[in-house]
Design a protein around this ligand. Structure first.
Ligand SMILES: [Zn+2]
Length: 73
């Protein structure tokens, strides 16, 4: 099952949120969720529009178009 990932606002790396697409429908997700980042160990808030799906077999969407600064400080 594909994972839901975001770009870490601290390091810029793609990090898994711990959720999978069977848990959350990104298109209907309206409220922010928080998780502890496995890369920088900070807690980040994220919303569906900031997230991407990491597919297992295919190349993940490698160019996040509009992930400039989430303002979740
Ligand atoms: Zn982080």
């Amino acid at each position: 099952m594909p994972r839901i990932i975001i770009s870490c606002p601290v390091t810029g790396q793609d990090v898994p949120t711990g959720h999978r697409t069977q848990d959350i429908d990104l298109s209907s997700m309206t409220e922010a969720r928080s998780f502890r980042c496995p890369v920088c160990h900070e807690v980040h808030a994220w919303q569906g529009r900031e997230a991407r799906i990491e597919f297992d077999e295919t190349t993940p969407a490698a160019h996040p178009a509009d992930l400039t600064g989430l303002g979740a400080d």
